[in-house]
Design a binder for this molecule. Structure first.
Ligand code: ADP
Ligand code: F6P
Length: 452
């Protein structure tokens, strides 16, 4: 059997305890364990010179990590501007936030070609290649152009809007054509698969998308949550609550996560249900993400302002309604916080999957599980439909859902949680990767396409 070659922009650092937040790295790290595999991507560092960078190679627990540096201008055009300033808002249905520029598209193509050039010498003939996410749409075609004939699959971790929105990107059909170089394209939900296949169809291309919802490793996460709940940090959090219920939010600081809407929803709870004042604390952990992109800086200022305003209006000298942290937190500590939380408040305006929702379920104590309040627009919602589902745009609906969650009896909590837990255990990170790779093995081969 050949090796599995994972390619993604973000690669976790195998030797660090605190990892950057993000579902792709977490989901895949759980999936690659135990096989012969190589993970190729960006190092997170800046390249010194202008020539092609040499990959740095590190092998940890059977997985080889090969990463390359990017120059400042490559990073800016490829990652900040095209991937996160154009594709990210577009695919999250936020066309108005898209800052299109032809020059950034050019850099995006150049960096994809660089990834292909530096990856090809590391490949063996029977490797299977699995490319991840919107940073690398054209990579499959760039590899084919260099003569790679092995199987190449692609997985998109973010949502896919209908063609009527995708076509707002000038030249969107070129991206769709590039996607034809993959033998199989996985997306998170049936809705995403329908939308992508519709885009292929109206452009006269082959429908190659299928839904493979990503999962977590629930056993490992549960064990981490049990350890984390016994940690000194969890003890300190518990003591500081002084009996108040804990509502927890955990997300990268991203406008797709609906954070201002969530803060207003929580404000509506304490405004309209005064019995919760002093009896509940909302802890939002939102590590800064993509801080060089203007829309993310605007969001950060907005949240700073909202937190200050809400706390200023409702705090007592011995009670703070919102605690807001913008640093990453070690995974086991975070898992312990999930276990302690009475309610998880996860209300993205759009999200590919949202692994935090699945992690929260896995972390619960079966004897007294907490309640998940989840947006209809998370990719996890179709699977986790026993959660209290909300429309995240309606602050009053969030407030009512929080009240329902905070006052829910033990029997209902247990009944909902056991169904949710069965779902989280049904599709795991491991089964997701296995299902995709099996389907890739059986997929009809993409026809060879002429080099551009
Ligand atoms: P996204 O991929 O958009 O970031 P997900 O919810 O799918 O969203 O994945 C986020 C991942 O990052 C989860 O595994 C979560 O545990 C982790 N994470 C989120 N916030 C933090 C944080 N503050 N510190 C450490 N890990 C975090
Ligand atoms: O899951 C979506 C995603 O964009 C991943 O591709 C990415 O690794 C993660 O979120 C975190 O974002 P970034 O890599 O830009 O820090």
């Amino acid at each position: 059997m050949g090796r599995l070659i994972i390619v993604s922009n973000r690669v976790p650092s195998p030797r660090e305890r605190t990892q950057p937040a993000g579902g792709l790295a977490v989901g895949l790290r759980d999936a690659v364990r135990g096989g012969s595999s190589m993970w190729f991507g960006w190092s997170g560092n800046q390249a010194e010179g202008d020539g092609d960078p040499e990959p740095s190679i590190d092998t940890v627990e059977g997985v080889t990590y090969a990463t390359i540096d990017l120059t400042e201008s490559q990073h800016e055009g490829f990652y900040q501007n095209f991937s996160n300033g154009i594709l990210w808002p577009l695919f999250h249905y936020r066309v108005g936030l898209m800052n299109y520029s032809r020059r950034d598209w050019q850099t995006y193509l150049e960096v994809n070609a660089l990834f292909a050039r530096t990856l090809v010498p590391l490949l063996k003939p029977d490797d299977v290649i699995w490319v991840h996410d919107y940073h690398l749409f054209p990579l499959g075609q760039a590899l084919r152009d260099l003569g790679v004939t092995t199987r190449i699959g692609f997985f998109l971790h973010i949502p896919v809007p209908p063609w009527s929105l995708v076509r707002s990107l000038p030249g969107a059909e070129l991206l769709l054509e590039d996607l034809q170089a993959y033998d199989l394209i996985g997306v998170q939900t049936d809705e995403d698969a329908d939308n992508l296949n519709q885009s292929f169809r109206v452009n006269g291309l082959t429908e190659r998308a299928r839904a493979f919802p990503i999962g977590i490793d629930p056993h490992e996460f549960r064990a981490q949550a049990e350890t984390g709940a016994d940690s000194g940090e969890a003890e300190r959090l518990h003591a500081s609550l002084r009996g108040a219920a804990l509502v927890l939010g955990v997300d990268r600081l991203d406008y797709s996560k609906g954070l201002p809407e969530r803060f207003r929803g929580y404000e509506a709870l304490i405004a309209r249900y005064p019995e919760h004042r002093g009896k509940v604390t909302f802890l939002q952990v939102a590590p800064v993400s993509r801080g060089d992109v203007e829309e993310y800086r605007v969001l950060r200022r907005q949240l700073d302002e909202l937190t200050g305003r809400i706390n200023g209006a409702y705090a007592e000298f011995d009670w703070t309604p919102i605690r807001y942290i913008t640093r990453p937190i070690a995974r086991d500590i975070l898992a312990g916080f999930y276990r302690m939380a009475d309610v998880a408040l996860i209300t993205p305006l759009r999200d590919g999957m949202n692994l935090v929702a699945k992690e929260y379920i896995a972390a619960q104590d079966a004897e007294s599980p907490g309640v998940l309040v989840l947006s209809h627009f998370a990719g996890a919602a179709p699977e986790l439909d026993e959660a209290v589902l909300v429309n995240p745009y309606d602050a009053d609906e969030i407030a009512d859902a929080l009240h329902q969650a905070l006052t829910m009896g033990l029997d209902e909590r247990k009944a909902r949680w056991s169904k949710l837990d069965a779902e989280v255990r049904r599709t795991t990170a491991g089964s997701w990767a296995r299902d995709f790779l099996l389907a890739l093995d059986e997929a009809p081969r993409a026809p060879p396409t002429p080099a551009a």
